[in-house]
Design a protein around this ligand. Structure first.
Ligand code: NAD
Length: 309
């Protein structure tokens, strides 16, 4: 019999890619998403093969109305996009805490055995070690800074999930995505945001970079992300944590130049203040998923061109 999987946040950018992957592998998939940022059109080519239920992860009655038991839960429902961390910290924490409690209670009642939790590179904040491995200390540097609602919510989720799972689950695995990019990801994220603004720039030369441009990030294309997730999904061990990302570091100013070059633009950059709490360098140590067989295939330059196709 086909194994049954519930994907929360499954019409989102990463969730829809994971859902397509699961359908391809032969799983019976149910997606639960309130479509606040998710789009059903992302699932159009597989919509006849899945069960889609619209609902808020904080609404236990709605969640519970999904019929049948499940073997696996992949929990992705969360508010993503840096600007939202500053704008709606309470909602982020509410979804993090009440959403997690609901999905864990649901998992217990529905006899779920394996649970995969999407965490984030934001749990490391400004890490002590670069590249940053999974043993790095997790931090909330300033309790008053709304940005940390996002990372703080992920830390609570990891902590609660780890101890809940020892009692009720066979396997509990955490994955920490690091700056995933791809087509149709939402314009709040740096790469699509650059592309859109470059396209609208016309003959003007001045281009605003948020921050000094010296901030460093490592981006992973969604197709590579799914292949990393595949390794964690199939070979990951109970109670383990896996970074999913690449070591291909790039300064944001260099990323802007690269994107401008690909789009044939000649630009002069104007910088602004760094958002309070934005880490200066983010680059994961990915030895752990490499040991499971992961290999980056899509270089950043090719990934940006892929988005533009
Ligand atoms: N994209 C990245 O680079 C990145 C990096 C680190 C961590 N993550 C994590 O990966 C997961 C997926 O991220 P994404 O980039 O696909 O973001 P996304 O915003 O595209 O997807 C999140 C999904 O959750 C849904 N959602 C939000 N609030 C909900 C609620 N209250 N009830 C039900 N559904 C709700 C949204 O509608 C959306 O479809 C998230 O947990 C995110 O924190 C992503």
């Amino acid at each position: 019999m086909k194994k049954k999987v519930l994907v929360t946040g499954g019409s989102g950018f990463i969730g829809s890619a994971i859902t397509k992957y699961l359908v391809k592998c032969g799983y019976k998939v149910t997606v639960y998403d309130n479509n606040s940022r998710g789009k059903i059109t992302r699932l159009k080519e597989i919509i006849h093969k899945i069960n889609f239920k619209k609902g808020d992860i904080r609404d236990y009655k709605k969640l519970k109305s999904i019929s049948g038991n499940f073997d696996i839960v992949i929990h992705l429902a969360y508010v993503n996009g840096t600007k939202f961390f500053y704008k709606k910290p309470f909602e982020i924490l509410d979804i993090a805490v009440n959403g997690l409690l609901n999905i864990l209670k649901f998992s217990k009642e529905k006899k779920v055995k394996n649970f995969f939790l999407a965490s984030s590179s934001e749990v490391y904040q400004n890490p002590l070690k670069i590249p940053t491995d999974e043993e790095e200390m997790l931090k909330i540097p300033d309790i008053h800074n709304p940005r940390y609602s996002y990372g703080g919510g992920k830390i609570i989720s990891e902590l609660y999930g780890i101890h809940f799972s020892k009692k009720f689950l066979k396997k509990f695995i955490i994955f920490r995505p690091h700056n995933v990019y791809g087509a149709d990801m939402g314009n709040e994220h740096v790469i699509p945001e650059f592309i859109n603004r470059f396209k609208k720039l016309g003959n003007k030369k001045k281009f605003l970079i948020y921050g000094t441009g010296q901030e460093i990030r490592s981006f992973i294309h969604i197709d590579d992300f799914v292949s990393g997730f595949d390794k964690v999904f199939k070979k990951g061990k109970n109670q383990e944590i896996y970074n999913i990302g690449t070591n291909e570091k790039i300064k944001i100013s260099r990323l802007a130049k690269l994107t401008a070059k690909i789009l044939g633009k000649n630009i002069k950059f104007k910088k602004t203040k760094v958002l309070k709490g934005s880490p200066s360098v983010r680059c994961p140590n990915i030895n752990k998923i490499k040991k499971l067989g992961f290999k980056q295939k899509i270089r950043l330059k090719d990934g940006i061109k892929k988005i533009l196709k």
